[in-house]
Write a protein that binds this ligand. Sequence first.
Ligand code: TMP
Length: 207
Amino acid sequence: MSAGRFITLEGIEGAGKSTSLEFIQRQLRSVGIPHLVTREPGGTDLGEALREILLHRNRTGICVDSELLLMFAARAQHLDERIRPALEDGSWVVCDRFTDATYAYQGGGRGVPDERIRILENWVQGELRPDLTLLFDIPVDQGLARAGKRSAPDRFEREQQEFFERVRRHYLAAAACEPSRIRVIDGALTPDQVQDRIRVILQEFLP
Ligand code: TMP
């Protein structure tokens, strides 16, 4: 059996990841590809407990290095318990956020140098990188307006617009460096247009 494919979804809040995740899941189901849909931070008992800590809006005072290390602690567990076993079994893994989010949020947003994040990436992931990353891109004010309608802001969503501008710029710079892995999708398109884009991109990857 061939190894599964590893697909990640990225973007600032409100860019349209969640709707697209459901669409991708339907596409994979329709062609009978076994797959695991998961998210970061989270995806395991430990990861979800860490997510609760990392996102809780009252959890103030988490220093930048703690935030970074907790993201990778959750990721190490996720890789060990779920992602690697699924891929080795031949399943595809569709993950809502992964290490590109760490470069964008802890790197771009919080100012951690990329080289420091790269050390943790190599340590925790070894050679493993996503095969495909869909980056949903939307102007920050539009994304935050959408996200604001959904629920009370979490610890990240309480950040200022400038934080998300830095996150967005970091994501787009990463996409410019790795255009064949990171495909940018305009999150301001209609849902039908977004789905058409995803369908075309997935075609390249389907057996
Ligand atoms: P979401 O997945 O519901 O959008 O929320 C997760 C939040 O966690 C989001 O604001 C981005 C943030 N995050 C990081 O800051 N670094 C990371 O490595 C990951 C995976 C998420």
